[in-house]
Ligand binder design. Structure first.
Ligand SMILES: [Zn+2]
Length: 104
């Protein structure tokens, strides 16, 4: 897993914060995104465990909805035990996915 810095995008026009993605701002359509790095810690809003995940995923497959800085939310794959609601996790971004793990 190749870890990359955890980035959030701020729209230069309407100031919406969102996860980096291709294309224009999802709210106003402007094309002047301003990426900035955020701390890799977030608060767990929800977490679930899929006992029969889609083909290709190991079971059980655990997912957490995590709120990062700037109120940006990310759905991340959980490494290890299912985190409790309100707990703090570290969010790791590799090239393709987001993961959580217990904070250091
Ligand atoms: Zn915008």
């Amino acid at each position: 897993m190749t870890e990359v810095p955890l980035l959030v995008t701020r729209c230069g026009s309407c100031t919406l914060r969102y996860l980096p993605r291709a294309g224009p701002c999802p709210r106003c359509g402007a094309s002047n995104p301003l990426p900035f790095s955020v701390p890799p810690l977030g608060s767990v809003l929800a977490a679930t465990e899929l006992t029969s995940p889609a083909a290709g995923w190991p079971a059980p497959h655990r997912l957490a909805l995590v709120e990062l800085a700037e109120s940006v939310r990310v759905l991340a794959i959980v490494e290890g035990e299912l985190p409790s609601i309100g707990s703090t996790v570290e969010v790791v971004h590799d090239v393709e996915t987001y993961h959580t793990r217990p904070p250091h």
